[in-house]
Write a protein that binds this ligand. Structure first.
Ligand code: NAD
Length: 309
């Protein structure tokens, strides 16, 4: 098959396999390589999706090793370990740091021109680590950030207002985690501000804001309580980022990107195109939003200062 767009996915777990399926269904990659420390898992997931060939757009999906990822356009990292009983957040970060220290040099060696897209959690910290370990320019090292959380915001508001989620123009920004928050001051539903729309629908704005913020922030916990992990929506979110890159769309997405002033990664709306991050597009924040963003940055910076890179 003629190679047009090659994607490699490191980590063939719940998220890696859902991402593979989403990208295959979107028909945006000619080749997908799945790499996992558990080779059988990667092989099984690759074959399971590849067997849908008759129902999918043409994509060659294989399981392989780092050498098979050579000259990938995008490398998606979903590998890592989650928390075990009694472990702190820092324990997990340090465990994932050693995994990344072993993975990143191999990725860089075989695909020196790729865009690295990190999904593993804590995503802002692991994207920062990848940036430092890879030596790549910051525009080519991005995290999935709050792209999924922003979709959850659109989903929640769309249900309340009974409109298409794609007609909700608003963002979740900051850390992908507990300190993230919606930028209400610039959010609109079609051409109307949320204040105007609430008046139209006779809804209490403050109550709505607090219900929706709570629901978005707790979405992952709610799902994990039931099925034990989240994978489908993040797979779709990652596919959306990949599509924006491969098609050079200059779409505005809340990926996690580097802030050289603070030496930290976090999410704000960014233009995303063929070279990864094009530029940040920050709305004017109100005082409360600015203070919440500063809080998110501080949380992330404090973690970074505890890491031994
Ligand atoms: P999982 O345990 O199912 O998959 C992780 C995979 O990584 C496993 O198959 C494991 O074998 C592999 N792995 C571990 N060490 C490796 C190494 N050194 N090299 C190659 N592969 C290795 O977990 P999951 O549910 O797929 O989640 C993956 C990550 O994605 C987690 O960190 C999770 O928190 C994160 N996640 C992020 C978001 C987001 O919005 N950013 C959403 C959901 C999940």
């Amino acid at each position: 098959m003629k190679r047009t767009n090659k994607i490699s996915i490191i980590g063939a777990g719940f998220v890696g396999s859902a991402t593979t399926l989403a990208i295959t269904e979107a028909g945006i990659a000619s080749h997908i390589v799945l790499v996992d420390i558990n080779k059988d898992k990667a092989k099984g997931e690759a074959l399971d999706i590849a067997h849908g060939a008759a129902f999918l757009k043409s994509t060659e999906i294989i399981a392989g090793d780092y050498k098979d990822t050579a000259e990938s356009d995008i490398i998606i990292i979903t590998a890592g370990v989650g928390p075990k009983k009694g472990e702190t957040r820092l324990d997990i970060i340090n465990k994932n740091l050693s995994i990344f220290k072993q993975m990143i040099p191999q990725i860089v060696r075989y695909s020196p021109n790729a865009i690295l897209l990190i999904v593993s959690n804590p995503v802002d910290i692991l994207t920062y680590i990848t940036y430092k370990l890879s030596g790549f320019p910051a525009n080519r090292v991005i995290g999935s950030g709050t792209v999924l959380d922003t979709s959850r915001l659109q989903y929640n508001l769309a249900k309340i207002f009974d409109v298409d989620p794609r007609s909700i123009h608003g963002y979740i920004i900051g850390e992908h985690g507990d300190s993230e928050f919606p930028v209400w001051s610039s959010l609109s539903i079609g051409p109307l501000s949320i204040e105007e729309y609430c008046k139209l629908e006779n809804l209490e704005l403050d109550e709505l804001k607090s219900t929706v913020t709570h629901s978005v922030k707790n979405s992952a916990y709610e799902i994990i309580k039931t099925k034990g992990y989240t994978n489908y929506a993040i797979g779709l979110a990652v596919c959306r980022i990949v599509e924006a890159i491969l098609r050079d769309e200059n779409s505005i997405l809340t990926i996690s990107t580097y802030n050289p002033i603070d030496d930290v990664y976090y999410s704000v709306p960014n233009i995303v195109g063929r070279n990864g991050q094009v530029m940040k597009i920050c709305p004017k924040f109100d005082e409360e939003e600015q203070s919440k963003l500063n809080n998110s940055k501080k949380i992330l910076k404090d973690i970074i200062s505890d890491i031994n890179l």
